[in-house]
Design a protein around this ligand. Structure first.
Ligand code: SF4
Length: 88
């Protein structure tokens, strides 16, 4: 469900859309296509509290995380430490 920023208003509590306070995006959101700019701030077009989307891992709405995973070889820390232990 996309947030319609044409209804956004600036209040003392922050930017609100239809009465819902929109928190600014977090660092990990950078690069996501769902970011919307409003009054100089950046907000998520899909989720009012971006920070909570990242608290338990990757945001499941993010458009940019799969792309970055593709480019880099992912290191599984558990496997890497097992490999290191075998080599000893
Ligand atoms: S969809 Fe997720 S990653 Fe993208 S801006 Fe919103 S909270 Fe951030």
């Amino acid at each position: 469900m996309a947030v319609d920023f044409s209804n956004a208003v600036k209040t003392d509590e922050g930017v609100q859309v239809n009465g819902v306070v929109m928190n600014p995006i977090v660092e990990k959101c950078e690069g996501c296509e769902r970011i919307k700019e409003f009054e100089g701030g950046k907000y998520c077009g899909s989720y009012p509290q971006p920070e909570t989307k990242w608290r338990l891992g990757n945001c499941n709405f993010a458009t940019h995380t799969k792309a970055t995973a593709k480019g880099k070889a992912k290191v599984n820390p558990l496997k890497a430490s097992k490999r290191a232990a075998k080599g000893r």
